[in-house]
Design a protein around this ligand. Structure first.
Ligand SMILES: Nc1ncnc2c1ncn2[C@@H]1O[C@H](COP(=O)(O)OP(=O)(O)O)[C@@H](O)[C@H]1O
Ligand SMILES: [Mg+2]
Length: 334
């Protein structure tokens, strides 16, 4: 959901509250089914009876906590300011399942360490196919999910094409002994479409880059999108990097702008915090937050460039490696 606009509870949402308990709750559903709206409503409702509840945004594309390319944790209402971020390196989970799983687990653990009695995990719309099953099976274990709320399983309202896929995921997670609650999607829920989703990401990138300036870092601290050290010379201009702290959490994003033998220029609003490494992602943006095409993609800004979470292919969302655009050459040192 966009953040504006009131959330209208759908049929059965209030009934949910009688069945959900403190613990870790995974909200599952297809793209545009209303997961984020339901997760935000739940965290508000559960927060009335508990000292502390937390919301973990596990969608690195349509982010509502922090910035796309990352997963985010919020510990206080209105559940927008990130208490912690985890760098995924892509705006779509396929091809980035490991950081998606580890990030969700680390953020949920951090929420519990901060005293959260209930942790709600809002997920991406990736519900169909092997990547979706692999992601959710391992995410549920790693993040210690004990309750699942599924929207639109069993062909209910809001099921869309993803209804059968959601039900297959429910079977997988329920087989592990978790409590499952099914709800209908809200009549107000709608898939905003690829153009609006891209607009959402770009607006959030732009907001994240407010106050950014060029910061020079040592190439020794830059890790490539294959997580190898010293890969700075292979990075294309515009490649998004995450500034990571000593615990692996992300302090914010930057954009690679120049690579020299002894220094790398990164455009970022991250400042005055200890940074352990800069981790390259596999997508590119410009200073205004606009997404740039990956390697071999035309400059067109049509809808076709967006990777659909359903199939995990496409431009900036695809796992194409940080190879798009003009490769930056190491400057000769004289
Ligand atoms: N219960 C609801 N009340 C009002 N609007 C809703 C509700 N559920 C979904 N929507 C609208 O539908 C769109 C998609 O909902 P969202 O919760 O973002 O879905 P998802 O997270 O599954 O992609 C949003 O623009 C949101 O405003
Ligand atoms: Mg969402």
């Amino acid at each position: 959901m966009s953040g504006n606009g009131a959330i209208a509870p759908a049929l059965g949402w209030h009934r949910l509250l009688a069945h959900l308990d403190r613990g870790t709750i995974l909200v599952l559903g297809g793209q545009g089914s209303g997961k984020t709206s339901l997760a935000r409503w739940l965290v508000g409702q559960l927060g009335r009876g508990l000292d502390r509840v937390a919301l973990v945004d596990c969608d690195p594309g349509q982010s509502t906590i922090g910035v796309p390319g990352c997963l985010g944790l919020a510990l206080t209402g209105p559940w927008e300011a990130p208490a912690a971020l985890w760098f995924v390196g892509s705006t779509s989970p396929p091809g980035h399942l490991l950081p998606s799983v580890v990030g969700a687990a680390r953020l949920a653990a951090r929420a519990r360490a901060a005293g959260a009695q209930a942790v709600i995990l809002d997920t991406s719309g990736l519900v169909a196919g092997g990547a979706a099953r692999t992601l959710h099976y391992h995410l549920a274990h790693a993040a210690e999910v004990d309750q699942v709320v599924a929207i639109g399983g069993n062909g209910g309202r809001g099921a869309g094409a993803g209804g059968a896929a959601v039900e297959a995921l429910v079977g997988l997670l329920q087989g592990e002994g978790r409590q499952v609650e099914r709800v209908s999607g809200s009549a107000a829920a709608r898939d905003r479409g690829p153009g609006a989703r891209r607009d959402h990401r770009e607006a959030r990138f732009a907001a994240h880059l407010q106050g950014a300036r060029t910061r020079w870092v040592s190439p020794r601290r830059v890790f490539g999108s294959d997580w190898g050290r010293g890969a700075a010379e292979g990075l294309a201009e515009g490649t998004v990097v995450g500034f990571l702290d000593g615990e692996g959490f992300c302090l914010g994003l930057g954009i690679v702008e120049e690579v020299h033998a002894d220094r790398v220029a990164v455009y970022t609003a991250v400042a005055d915090v200890p940074v352990v490494r800069l981790q390259a992602g596999s997508f590119r943006i410009d200073r205004e937050g606009r997404e740039l095409p990956a390697a071999g993609e035309p400059e067109s800004r049509g809808d076709a460039g967006e990777g659909e979470p359903e199939n995990g292919r496409g431009g900036p969302d695809a796992d194409a490696g940080a190879s798009g655009g003009r490769p930056l050459r190491l400057a000769e040192r004289g």
